[in-house]
Design a protein. Sequence first.
Length: 80
Amino acid sequence: MLRAERERILEVKKAEAAFRKEYHEKMLVTTVENFKDRPDEVSQHQLLACTATTFAIKWQPCCDNNVAITHYTVYLKEEG
């Protein structure tokens, strides 16, 4: 095994250990009242462009709370 490959494996193992430690610490303070089973809402959303048939938006990523984000749903509301 090459030295670079061994070093990369060690880096991955250290990252995994750090993740497990962080997760364990979060679980120590998690209760039924503060447990989150879905991602947070996106924040700082902004409409960049809009036509009759398309629009472009941007937002700040949200905390995923260890739940995979598979899609976003955008709701439109007419003014007035």
